[in-house]
Design a binder for this molecule. Structure first.
Ligand code: TYD
Ligand code: MG
Length: 459
């Protein structure tokens, strides 16, 4: 029997230690170490990574692959990847269970299999389930392409054999947590298994030029057993996020060796799969009730992309001695801060009010630029004075009730103007720097109090 060894691995960042530690010295998270039993490495002499048969080449003679990207009709995905798929790249698609990862990648498979062999390896669902889903995703008169191959398998060595035999251009692994290799004695889904398997897929991608998509689940506790550990093994990391019960999904690139990061693609989960939302701002505002109290619009930046979203606030007299604060889509502490500034600097009476804050569409807005809109939504609810319908609010709020500058204001205003907004309330300093688009009335103010005067309807 192989000798075994016990190691402790941080489930957050993958750091290994021989002893258990309360706090990880690498990522500073508490209680993230998990015990793993593994066989003592038997092949210490074998080089790690790309298995040792490499040859130095002249950099000047190496082909640049920018032009060779594989075209994708799913434009939102192509954009997030930096303009198509780079051959030989390995891409991790992470996200909560049920968010739509398998659906999106099956759509990718169905599209790309029109031109090349695609091997879809599922360790999660049966052939039958995937077949049913494919039928659902395709238009009625289109048939499933012959070059789309499906196998339900979880053993890495067997998957490698399938790749040898079928020579796919695209390999999709659903999900990396279900794959295991006999080389490692830890159980499937453990950090060392996930890391070992991912390295082997990376080798496959680099040596054979196969594009590998790895699907990775994020665990319930919020720490990512898997994807975090994988981030440095893969070329590109995409996260699919959104409210599972809401319709919208954001696909975000957090690492990309072949393109810009912080790009965002927007999708909507419908009966026929993930449908692109080419005009997200318009969709997010579609159900807004004009002239209703407690609603304000902000332009938030998702990477380089401005998005208009509706921020809602609701206040209601509390029945208990501890009024509730409930933040959905905004940071809880940010809500407390804005509540405090509203009470102390503007004199809005909130101490006996339950407060609910919400971002429409299941989005999360974490940037301070949304402070002003949130404050306006809350004040609007307390005073029952709607925010003027054609007005957007952008600005960070400081503790003294002052408005602070935010980045990329010009891009934000352009997007708002495109969607028909006529007035923008912005921090004063920014206007003095000039270079703002015309076509909108720009109201530059110094304090939250003035901003509210300028944006709420007179009662
Ligand atoms: P799925 O892709 O299986 O999620 P993941 O792989 O990230 O776990 O998506 C699951 C959810 O999506 C499920 O609740 C059903 C829903 N869904 C649709 O709404 N429309 C569709 O066309 C499909 C295929 C799934
Ligand atoms: Mg799935």
């Amino acid at each position: 029997m192989a000798k075994t060894q016990t190691v402790y691995i941080c489930q957050n960042c993958g750091r290994q230690t021989p002893k258990e530690m309360g706090r990880c010295p690498q990522c500073n998270q508490f209680n993230t170490f998990k015990e793993e039993i593994r066989s003592k490495p038997k092949r210490a002499t074998k080089p790690r990574g790309l298995s040792g048969d490499s040859q130095p080449q002249r950099l000047s003679e190496i082909k640049s692959d920018v032009a060779d990207r594989i075209h994708l009709n799913i434009a939102e995905l192509a954009r997030v990847l930096g303009g198509g798929i780079v051959p030989g790249s390995i891409i991790l698609v992470g996200g909560d269970p049920g968010i739509g990862k398998s659906t999106l990648l099956l759509q990718v498979a169905l599209e790309l299999a029109e031109k090349q062999t695609v091997l879809y390896v599922s360790g999660e669902e049966s052939e039958n389930q995937i077949k049913m889903r494919s039928i659902r995703l395709l238009e009625e008169d289109t048939k499933i392409p012959d070059q789309l191959l499906l196998v339900t398998e979880t053993n890495l060595e067997v998957v490698e054999q399938h790749v040898q035999q079928t020579i796919p251009g695209i390999l999709i692994i659903d999900s990396i947590q279900t794959i295991y290799t006999a080389d490692s004695e830890s159980s499937a889904g453990s950090v060392s298994q996930v890391r070992e398997c991912a390295s082997r897929f990376r080798e496959l991608a680099k040596k054979k030029g196969v594009v590998v998509f790895l699907i990775g689940h994020v665990t319930k506790e919020g720490v990512i057993a898997g994807p975090r550990v994988l981030e440095h093994i893969v070329d590109t990391v995409l996260y699919l996020e959104g409210d599972r019960y809401g319709a919208y999904r954001l696909l975000r690139s957090v690492k990309n060796r072949f393109g810009p990061t912080s790009e965002v693609g927007v999708f909507e989960m419908r009966e026929k799969g993930m449908i692109e939302v080419p005009n997200p701002s318009e969709s997010f505002l579609a159900e807004r009730i004009i002239n209703a109290a407690g609603s304000a619009v902000v332009v938030t930046m998702e990477g380089t992309r401005p998005l208009l979203v509706e921020v809602q606030g609701l206040t209601s007299k509390t029945a208990s001695s501890f009024p509730r604060r409930n933040a959905n889509g905004v940071d809880f502490n940010r809500l407390l801060l804005i509540t405090a500034v509203l009470s102390r600097r503007v004199g809005v009476k909130l101490f006996d009010q339950d407060i609910f804050a919400n971002i429409v569409g299941g989005l999360k807005v974490n940037e301070p630029a949304a402070d002003l809109a949130l404050a306006a939504a809350l004040a609007s609810s307390v005073w029952d004075r709607p925010v003027l319908a054609d007005t957007i609010l952008i600005g960070e709020i400081g503790l003294s009730g002052e408005l602070r500058q935010v980045g990329q204001l010009a891009a934000r205003l352009r997007e708002a103007s495109n969607l028909g907004f006529k007035r923008a309330i912005i921090p004063l300093r920014r206007k003095q720097q000039g270079d703002l688009p015309t076509g909108m009335e720009i109201v530059a103010v110094r304090t939250l109090r003035t901003a509210l005067d300028e944006s709420l309807m007179r009662s």
